[in-house]
Ligand binder design. Structure first.
Ligand code: PRT
Ligand code: MG
Length: 215
C-alpha cells in the first residue's frame, strides 16, 4: 500500500480544505482542535493528515515529510517554493497583503518626501520587493506575530500584514493604505512524490480541481 501524507495547519486552512478532501472521497476521522494527535487518520487507510504550523507546510512538503499540502500564497512566497510543484490555486482562505499605518500617520506625505520608513512584518520578502518597486527606502523589522502592535508602540511607522475583514486593523486604530497582493491558498506537491506516487496523487489533485469554488 502506498501511503499518502497531506500536511495541513489548524484553523481556516484545515476547515476550508475539508470540502475538497470530501470530493476526493477522503474524510478526516479526528478533529485537530480537540485531538492531541499530530497525525490524523482518514477513512482511507492509505491517506493520513499531518498537522503542522502554517509556515511549516511548504517545508514538510519540500523535504518529503508530506507528499502534498495546502498553504497560503503569502507563506509560499516567503518560503521560496523550492522542490514544490504547485498545481492548483484552491481559492480558499482568501485575504490580502496590505500596508497599514496608525490613523494619525501621514503615509502619502512620508512617501512623497522620500522619508525612510520603518516597516514591521512577518513578510520581509514581499515587503522588500514591494517597497523596492515603489522606490521607497525601508528599514524592515522582522516579527513573527502581533504586527499591529509595532506602530502602536512607536517601534515602526507601518506594517505589512494580512487583512481579511479589516476588523483587526480597526480595533487597533490602524488604517490600510496600500494593497500589495491578493492571497489564497494553494495545493503544493513534492516533486519526487509526484513521480513515485503518480496515480494516487493525480486522483487527489483532479478531485480538488473539480471541487474548487469560483467566485
Ligand atoms: O501562527 P502561525 O505562524 O503558525 O501561522 P499563521 O498565523 O500564518 O496561520 P493561520 O492559520 O492564521 O493562517 C494561515 C493562512 O491563512 C495564511 O498564511 C493566509 O494565507 C490565510 N489567511 C486568510 C489568513 C487570514 N485570512 C487572516 N485574516 N491568515 C491570517 N489572518 C490574520 C491576519 O494576520 C490578521 O492578524 O487575521 C487578522 C486579520 O483579519 P481581519 O479579518 O481582522 O482583517
Ligand atoms: Mg494566525
Amino acid at each position: 500500500m502506498t501511503m499518502i501524507t497531506l500536511a495541513l495547519s489548524k484553523g481556516r486552512i484545515f476547515d476550508e480544505t475539508m470540502p475538497l478532501l470530501a470530493a476526493a472521497g477522503i474524510e478526516v476521522l479526528e478533529d485537530p482542535e480537540t485531538s492531541r494527535k499530530l497525525i490524523l487518520p482518514t477513512n482511507q487507510p492509505s491517506v493520513r493528515v499531518v498537522m503542522v504550523r502554517a509556515t511549516d507546510v511548504p517545508t514538510y512538503v519540500q523535504y518529503g515529510g508530506a507528499d502534498l499540502g495546502v498553504t497560503g500564497k503569502d507563506t509560499l512566497i516567503e518560503h521560496g517554493g523550492q522542490g514544490l510543484f504547485r498545481p492548483l490555486d484552491l481559492n480558499i482562505a482568501k485575504c490580502r497583503v496590505s500596508v497599514a499605518v496608525r490613523s494619525d500617520f501621514d503615509y502619502a506625505h512620508a512617501v512623497t518626501q522620500g522619508s525612510r520608513l520603518k516597516v514591521a512584518t512577518k513578510y520581509t520578502l514581499i515587503a522588500r520587493d514591494f517597497f523596492a518597486s515603489k522606490g521607497v527606502h525601508v528599514d524592515l523589522i522582522k516579527l513573527y506575530g502581533s504586527m499591529e502592535l509595532a506602530p502602536l508602540t512607536g517601534m515602526a511607522d507601518a506594517i505589512v500584514d494580512l487583512v481579511s475583514t479589516g476588523n483587526t486593523l480597526k480595533a487597533n486604530h490602524l488604517v490600510e493604505v496600500e494593497r500589495i497582493m491578493d492571497i489564497s491558498s494553494h495545493l503544493v506537491v513534492n516533486q519526487a512524490a509526484l513521480k513515485l506516487k503518480q496515480a494516487p496523487l493525480r486522483h487527489i489533485i483532479d478531485a480538488f480541481a473539480s471541487a474548487i469554488r469560483q467566485d
